[in-house]
Design a protein around this ligand. Structure first.
Ligand code: NAD
Length: 346
């Protein structure tokens, strides 16, 4: 298959690009290269003749039309987004532009491309979204594909809006779409402003490890390579017009996750051990959802997918990757806003 991946220089998009090329798919990576992008993330496949790169903004309809005409992909995996909740609190405008208007622009370009090709049945527009569109759970229960949308942050609201647009382009224009809503990802190449890299890198430096509130928020953690595997499967075999929830069945309270990482570093880099003494509770994020957890029955029963990496194994692999890739994360730590407390309403 020839795939167009938007956001392929980001965390999850680059995992999709690396896996797709390894499996023999041709890939065009379309990325604006915002602060969150890093082309080193795709260095393992950059020399492959299956891989090409186009620097472009998904909001630029003419650029999307040109790229689709040049590359004629069989499927679009749409991951490009503004993705950091704290940044969405400080500056929601870019989230509205990219996540909503950008998705609209890409949908229209895809519809026009699909129509010009004679509306092939096999074409897919795969929209990649988040479980955060469902809002928060209490102590019990799981998100299913039928859970009502109730987003609480500018980020999740913008993703919810984009989900609705994709659904409407299928219902109204017949565009062959599939959709996925996934829980929190972690793993190699995770941008150093997100929770798990922050914990690893602050602990390594002997700096305070900030934990929002009392660290009681629960997330369902999925190793990024398992997510990439699920995405390629849904793109190839998912039923048109359907959405699939993807999760790791790995619920952890933030504080427990942080302590596990501290213990891994105590073993590997004992200089600042015990690292959990660095844990510092800080003011909570406004609108911070208490708990997310995924019911992944549909993707398991219909497509036979389940995660392959336990959270213990995945965290150990992640910590080892950061220890081995200091040049990568040091360069990104110098970028605007990284390492600062963002997302406090004044
Ligand atoms: N990270 C998670 O835990 C998670 C979980 C579920 C779903 N998702 C979704 O997966 C997708 C990827 O998330 P991520 O964590 O890899 O994000 P990321 O921030 O690491 O990467 C986003 C990429 O999109 C690019 N981009 C941003 N705006 C663009 C634009 N206007 N045009 C073209 N490219 C643009 C950036 O340059 C970057 O390379 C997002 O849609 C996100 O909502 C993420």
């Amino acid at each position: 298959m020839k795939l167009m991946v938007t956001g392929g220089a980001g965390f999850i998009g680059s995992a999709v690009v690396r896996l797709a090329v390894a499996r023999g798919h041709a890939v065009v990576n379309v990325d604006k290269l915002t602060y969150a992008a890093c082309l080193d993330n795709v260095a393992p496949v950059a020399a492959s003749n299956l891989y090409s790169f186009e620097q472009a903004d998904i909001c630029d309809r003419a650029a999307m039309d040109r790229i689709l005409a040049d590359h004629r992909p069989d499927a679009i995996l749409h991951l490009a987004a503004e993705s950091h909740v704290d940044r969405s609190i400080d500056g929601p405008g870019s989230f509205i532009d990219t996540n909503i208007t950008g998705t609209y622009s890409l949908l229209e370009a895809a519809r026009s491309h699909w129509t010009r090709q004679g509306k092939p049945d096999g074409f897919r527009f795969h929209h990649i979204s988040t479980d955060e569109v469902y809002g928060t759970l209490g102590e019990t229960g799981l998100f299913t594909e039928d859970s009502p949308y109730a987003p609480n942050s500018p980020y999740s609201a913008s993703k919810a809006a984009s989900d609705h647009l994709v659904r409407a382009w299928h219902e109204t224009y017949g565009l062959p779409v599939v959709m996925t809503n996934c829980s929190n990802n972690y793993g190699p190449y995770h941008f150093p402003e997100k929770l798990i890299p922050v914990v690893i890198l602050n602990a390594l430096a002997g700096k305070p490890i900030p934990v929002y509130g009392r660290g009681l928020n629960v997330r369902d953690w999925l190793f990024v390579e398992d997510h990439a595997d699920a995405l390629l499967l849904v793109c190839e075999k998912g039923r048109v017009g359907r959405s699939y929830n993807i999760g790791g069945s790995n619920e952890r309270r933030n504080i427990d996750l942080v302590r596990t990482i501290c213990a891994l570093l105590d073993d590997r880099r004992p200089t600042h051990a015990p690292h959990d003494r660095l844990i510092t509770f800080v003011e909570d994020r406004p609108g911070h959802d208490l708990r997310y957890a995924i019911d992944a029955t549909r993707i398991r029963d219909e497509l036979g997918w389940q995660p392959s990496v336990t959270v213990e194994e995945g965290l150990a692999r992640t910590v080892d990757w950061y220890l081995a890739n200091e040049d990568w994360w040091r360069a990104l730590q110098a970028r605007d806003g990284v390492g600062q407390r963002l997302g406090k309403v004044g």
